[in-house]
Design a protein around this ligand. Structure first.
Ligand code: PEP
Ligand code: MG
Length: 556
């Protein structure tokens, strides 16, 4: 059996399925059991002990402070008072899972009424309760396992950035989600980690936990229980493509010498190594909000300075484009909540709009950036996300200038900005097109909704037209840092449209470098023209491919 989706991070992943359950359903009220009370009690005690042992083992593996926290949680699961409460309910005929659920409820009420530190532990109790109920009802325990005997294929409805940010390639063989499009954050983080990923895979969460699957992150397929030969053939295909890509090295550019600096998109200093290994010439998008996703308090100026400096130091002489916090919508930051209830968060207070409400946070970030760059040879450029008007752009540029930050730019992510790029150009030093959001806002299609992925396709001719408008003739350099730049075919088209630099997740750099090096600037221009002459995304892609003859030979 094969589940089909959209491949968003190339490569082959093979391993057992782990289904991430968002929540464990409440066992039905009044649930009873058949059989002896003692057996039911033994079942409940065994489940509690299993949860306690699992928490303890995780603590030992994690070490440090986490060890104490998890040991305390294990103690809660082993609390004799809790077991007495569970037994009493079972004696009255209640099924073990409901007895556990209700007994934890009593404890929870006690803690909540105590308030303060104890009140905050109520969430821990809910977690232990859900884990125990999951064991008793044969479900996977909630949460993402951070260690495993062998890398697993993580299957979920969707993944929050905080879920995936804690994982690594050693633990996860591939990501498969039912929701999410090519520009969703699952896709972006998977590419950054170099982990194969398939999104918009309908029915994937119905896969049996533990069953082995083969994930092809380029084809977008998930094959259930593949044969050994099939796995070996898939691995060979992906290895020979990798080899062809490794052969292309050096700075980015077309075969006739038109330079196109190839830059990396980063979420933090931890990704610098992969960027350098893939030959990034600098950083085209440093997503600073990824540094602070799980923070309840704003990061201090000193912490920020350290995180920025680490990246600036890694690219002496190269340019490093740092984006100020893009909080809100798909990247919520706990310390920067929107003012009120937002029915449409993507159309709400996000990006630069959030700074209009919290100017002190922007000031702190710009100050930290200015300090971080002091005395370093890297060329720091600072840009703001979600800018729609000249007033916003001017406000941002002036704030940068006031701190001696000499290169201030804006992202073009809202159609209004692309339409009026000429006016914005007078207010800023450079542009960077965020094709992920530009597609979302042009097609009114939420980038997190997998069912709408066809509308987030950067090949849509309307999007190509907006990019051409944004590049314009205004004399300001314009890069692309959205995921469109990571598609080696589209990358050639973007260069043909006049885009100056391309920035992408590090693992995508070799394919883009090879694609560009195989064609002249005139071929890229012809491909762009051919694509824009089409009226559908599929037509645009096919027309561009036909105009770029070396792609097929490179396996791109
Ligand atoms: C974009 O929108 O294209 C972009 C690069 O920003 P992000 O994906 O972080 O929203
Ligand atoms: Mg964006």
């Amino acid at each position: 059996m094969t589940v089909a989706g959209v491949g968003v991070s190339p490569g082959i992943g093979h391993g057992p399925v782990y289904v991430l359950t968002a929540s464990v359903p409440e066992p039905p009220e009044g649930a009873t059991y058949v059989g002896e009370a003692d057996e039911e009690k033994a079942r409940a005690h065994a489940a509690l002990e299993k949860v306690a042992a699992d928490l303890e083992a995780r603590g030992v593996r994690a070490g440090g402070e986490a060890k104490d926290v998890l040991a305390a949680q294990a103690l809660m699961a082993r609390d004799p008072g809790l077991a007495v409460g569970v037994d009493a309910l079972i004696d009255r005929g209640t099924a073990a899972e409901r007895a556990v659920y209700d007994s934890f409820g009593t404890y929870r009420d006690l803690l909540t009424s105590a308030g303060g530190y104890l009140g905050e532990r109520a969430a821990d109790l809910d977690d232990i309760r859900d884990r125990t109920v999951a064991v008793l009802t044969g479900r996977a325990m909630p949460g993402v396992p951070d260690v495993a005997a062998e890398p697993y294929v993580l299957v979920a409805r969707d993944l929050a950035p905080a879920d995936t940010a804690l994982l690594s390639k050693d633990v996860v063989a591939a990501f498969v989600t039912e929701e999410g499009g090519p520009t969703s954050h699952t896709a972006i983080l998977a590419r950054a980690m170099g982990v194969p990923a398939v999104v918009a895979a309908r029915g994937a969460t119905g896969l049996t936990p533990g069953v082995r699957v083969l994930v092809d992150g380029a084809a977008g397929t998930v094959t259930v229980e593949p044969g050994e030969r099939e796995v070996a053939a898939a691995r060979r295909r992906s290895e020979s493509r990798e080899q062809a890509l490794r052969a292309a090295t050096g700075p980015g550019g077309t075969s006739d010498g038109h330079a196109v600096p190839l830059l990396a998109n980063l979420g933090g200093p931890g990704e610098v190594k992969a960027a350098l290994a893939n030959g990034a010439e600098g950083v085209g998008l440093y997503r600073t909000e990824f540094l602070f996703l799980d923070r309840k308090q704003p990061p201090t100026g000193a912490e920020q300075e350290t995180a920025y400096r680490a990246v600036l130091e890694a690219f002496p002489g190269g340019k490093v484009v740092v984006r100020t916090l893009d909080a809100g919508a798909d990247k919520p930051l706990a310390f920067l909540p929107p003012q009120g209830e937002e029915p449409n968060p993507a159309l709400g207070e996000r990006g630069l709009r959030m700074f209009r409400v919290h100017p002190e946070v922007m000031a702190g970030q710009l100050d930290a950036l200015a300090r971080a760059a002091e005395g370093l040879p890297a060329r720091l450029q600072v840009m703001a996300p979600m800018v729609a008007t000249v007033e916003e752009a001017t406000w941002f540029t002036e704030a940068c200038r006031a701190r001696g930050l000499t290169s201030a730019g804006v992202m073009i992510e809202v159609p209004a900005a692309a339409l009026r790029a000429g006016d914005l150009a007078a207010a800023v030093d450079f542009f960077s097109i965020g094709t992920n959001d530009l597609a979302q806002y042009t097609f009114a299609a939420d980038r997190q909704v997998g069912a709408l992925s066809a509308l987030q396709d950067a090949w849509q001719p309307a999007l190509l037209d907006l990019i051409a408008l944004a590049v314009g003739e205004h004399g300001r350099p314009c890069g692309v840092c959205g995921e469109a730049a990571a598609d080696p075919v589209l990358a050639c088209v973007l260069v043909g449209l006049g885009v100056a630099t391309l920035s992408m997740s590090a693992p995508s750099l070799p394919a883009v470098r090879a694609g560009l090096a195989g064609h002249t600037l005139a071929q890229c221009r012809a491909a762009a023209e051919a694509a824009r002459a089409q009226s559908t995304a599929a037509g645009a892609r096919a027309a561009a491919r036909a105009a770029l003859p070396r792609l097929a030979a490179l396996g791109l």
